[in-house]
Design a protein around this ligand. Structure first.
Ligand code: AHR
Length: 550
């Protein structure tokens, strides 16, 4: 968050098998060229121009790892308390204190992993405060200075994950904690041996060891995580990587816990130096330490502090935000190039574990709670970023949108017993078939959408083949006024029929509210297949997902 005011043993030799370390040849995916600038302005608002695409299903790329659809839940505002945790005595229907409505909504997204407990919060989190019958009342100085009741701790988080079927991505405290504290937390969670910590876990209700899929070693250690230099962070990283062990017997050979180091936070030269330093150290690492991922944080904000309104904006702000969000592609390309130099086999994943739109706080809300609305613009923004990740799927194998509930670009908003699903939620739901599907290159001329000073590609598209061999296509029409006729030539399959859903609404800032929750929801869309050609009509400002029957 640049510019915020205040803001193992020999198991190391065993290759982590969870993130595949060899990749099929990735065919250059986006053969986009731009129509002349100004072209967009000469076309009547109602006309539907044709965009031709070529999809060759015989030419596949990398796997679109399901972990790209990960979530982030920090102790921040109402992200945890009220959003997930209401307590077992609440009148809001819950299972052991966890909201049933939220669990049901998240299950439909097939959430692969959740990063917790922060963010900046993680570097001040002391896990012992959140276990056992007596919970310490502490403070949350990063986020509004409010009381942290610690009623949602390790066991509650793991119960929540169990209820929705996601894996744990735990961020350990490097900033104000110690390697011993983090090592003991991992022992507490994962050992099956009768140690004192294992007995304590069992006494607290969970005799079986927990599985921890991912370990984050610090958070933004260059700023809120302790303002460390790359060298200082590296000295910490090596110690935490060596001593913070996962003892779960089921995670020793297969399903090993993947360790994620702090990486860059933007485009500034200091972040280039950071990536260079961590990856160069990785290239020379000894048996005693290792990493599997390098984190990257990049918010769509235009400029700090966040000042764009999340609702009640016009086309100028719509175009500016979407143009800015496309910077994600350049940032990934830049840091991937440094990683390629030190890790040509792409063993280390680039993990975009904080991304999304960050707007001005909603008027009347606590500014430390990062409450914002979520509009059709955010749905389009989410699709554009997910497509960028898919095109970089050989290196980008995990991502976590910030944040899951009630904070920043949320999937879900709650208010006491009420819950509403946001436009971004529906994009994640529509993209479920892309989880672990194989990337298929799509060639097309995107044309341009221009408004005021912002010029950006008018259409975006990705394709992928799922495990059953079914082809899925996604089309984003960025233009808020002009519809598009899609004609896609499909080779490498015998296409028989097509079906799909589209997400659009009357205005770029249309939102779902507790009172009117179905303003931005997906609806079925007609698509035809004849002689290997898919045709369909894209509404202006829309996100569409199509499946092809063979
Ligand atoms: O997501 C909100 C904050 O943004 C996180 O706590 C921090 O890591 C980032 O700066």
């Amino acid at each position: 968050m640049p510019g915020r005011a205040e803001s193992q043993h020999y198991g190391q030799f065993v290759l982590a098998l969870r993130w595949s370390r060899t990749f099929a040849l990735v065919i250059p995916a986006l053969l986009v060229s731009f129509a002349p600038i100004g072209f967009a302005q000469t076309v009547p608002a109602t006309s539907a121009e044709k965009v031709l695409l070529t999809v060759d299903v015989s030419k596949t790329g990398a796997k679109i790892d399901r972990n790209l659809f990960g979530q982030f839940a920090e102790h921040l505002g109402h992200g945890i308390y009220d959003g997930i945790w209401v307590g077992p005595d609440s009148k809001i229907p819950n299972t052991r204190g966890i909201r049933n409505d939220v669990v049901a909504a998240l299950k439909a997204l097939k959430v692969p992993n959740i990063r917790w407990p922060g963010g900046c919060f993680a570097d001040e989190y002391h896990w012992r405060n959140g276990i056992g019958p007596q919970r310490a009342m502490t403070l949350n100085p990063n986020w509004g200075g409010v009381i942290e009741p610690n009623t949602f701790g390790t066991h509650e988080f793991m119960d929540f994950l169990d209820q929705i079927g996601a894996e744990a991505y735990i961020s350990v405290n490097v900033g104000s904690g110690t390697p011993r504290e983090a090592a003991e937390w991992l022992e507490y969670m994962t050992t099956a041996q009768p140690t004192t910590l294992e007995k304590e876990r069992a006494a607290n209700g969970h005799p079986a060891p927990y599985k921890i899929g991912f370990l984050g070693i610090g958070n933004e250690s260059w700023d809120c995580g302790g303002n460390m230099t790359p060298d200082y962070y590296l000295s910490q990283l090596k110690i935490y990587s060596r001593f913070v062990r996962n003892f779960n017997p089921e995670q020793q050979d297969n399903q090993q816990m993947l360790k994620i180091a702090v990486g860059p936070g933007g485009d500034e030269p200091r972040f280039t130096e950071w990536t260079e330093a961590v990856m160069s150290a990785y290239a020379h690492h000894t048996w005693s330490w290792d990493i599997d991922g390098l984190s990257m944080h990049s918010y769509t904000v235009v400029k700090w502090p966040p000042s764009y309104a999340s609702v009640g904006f016009g086309e100028t702000e719509y175009a500016q935000i979407l143009k800015t969000t496309l910077d994600m592609d350049g940032l990934i390309t830049k840091h991937s190039a440094i990683m390629d130099k030190h890790d040509p086999q792409k063993k280390v994943a680039l993990v975009v574990d904080e991304w999304g739109a960050w707007y001005a706080p909603l008027p009347g809300s606590n500014p430390g709670f990062l409450v914002q609305q979520n509009s059709l613009r955010d749905a389009i923004l989410a699709a554009l970023n997910l497509n960028i990740f898919a095109r970089h799927a050989d290196r980008v194998r995990m991502a976590n949108i910030a944040q899951m509930i009630n904070v920043l670009q949320a999937m879900i908003m709650t208010d006491k017993e009420k819950m509403v699903l946001t436009p971004t939620y529906y994009v994640y739901k529509m993209y479920v078939p892309f989880q672990d599907a194989t990337f298929v290159p799509v060639a097309f001329d995107a044309g341009t959408y221009q408004h005021s000073d912002s010029t950006l590609p008018r259409v975006d598209a990705i394709a992928a083949k799922d495990k059953t061999g079914k082809l899925w296509l996604e089309f984003t029409n960025v233009d808020p006024s002009r519809e598009i006729e899609i004609e896609a030539s499909l080779t490498g399959i015998t296409a028989k029929a097509a079906a799909g859903e589209t997400l659009t609404a009357a205005k770029v800032d249309s939102v779902n509210t507790f009172e009117v929750p179905n303003t931005v929801v997906p609806t079925p869309i007609a698509a035809q297949v004849h002689g290997g050609r898919l045709t369909l009509h894209l509404a202006a400002k829309s996100v569409t997902v199509i499946s092809i029957e063979q």
